[in-house]
Design a protein around this ligand. Structure first.
Ligand SMILES: Nc1nc2c([nH]c(=O)n2[C@H]2C[C@H](O)[C@@H](COP(=O)(O)OP(=O)(O)OP(=O)(O)O)O2)c(=O)[nH]1
Length: 161
């Protein structure tokens, strides 16, 4: 099963998102991240992908839960989610065009606007990750490429990755 990371760099009320050049979510805004390499922990993979895609070295990053994709029978992949809070003094001028797409700071109100059709499926899990201390294991069930069901189970608070 392929394992990925998804990372949200937050500064105040903004998050650094990537408008993706490639699948998954090609053309949509999503967090940064990618495939976890062999013998790499999810945490190490997250720090590496953030550096590769944005050039930013994050010092503190918090594990916020795991999303597993299933067709109802087989789990075909998962992603470990992380949030890193950057200080208000942190300067990173966007937009920036990188190999993977375009990076830009986006307001939380823009990201979660009900009319926003340009974002990945983060509206289903990111609000909880931003607002709750409890982490969850999410199961996203897809049928014919449509998200048909979401379940979430609290994870032990001490759980690390
Ligand atoms: N594969 C996959 N990734 C998803 C889904 N939803 C979602 O947010 N993602 C995220 C996880 C990763 O952050 C990103 C996909 O990673 P990627 O394909 O860019 O990974 P990568 O750069 O390591 O890939 P590559 O160079 O090995 O092709 O999209 C999904 O349904 N499938």
């Amino acid at each position: 099963m392929a394992e990925f990371t998804i990372c949200f760099l937050k500064k105040g009320e903004q998050i650094l998102l990537l408008n993706r050049n490639y699948p998954a979510w090609m053309g949509a805004w999503n967090g940064v991240g990618g495939k976890i390499e062999q013998d790499e922990t999810p945490l190490a993979g997250a720090i590496r992908e953030i550096k590769e895609e944005t050039g930013i070295t994050v010092e503190e990053i918090t594990y916020k839960g795991k999303i597993t994709w299933t067709d109802g029978v087989v789990n075909y992949g998962c992603m470990y989610a992380f949030i890193a809070e950057l200080p208000e003094s942190f300067t990173y001028i966007t937009p920036i065009k990188v190999a993977e797409g375009i990076l830009d700071w986006k307001d939380l109100t823009w990201i979660f606007h009900p009319e926003n059709v340009g974002i990945a499926d983060l509206k289903h899990y990111l609000p909880t990750m931003l607002n709750e201390a409890t982490n969850y294991d999410y199961i996203f069930t897809y049928q014919d490429k449509q998200l048909v069901h979401i379940s979430s189970t609290p994870i032990e608070q001490t759980s690390t990755v």
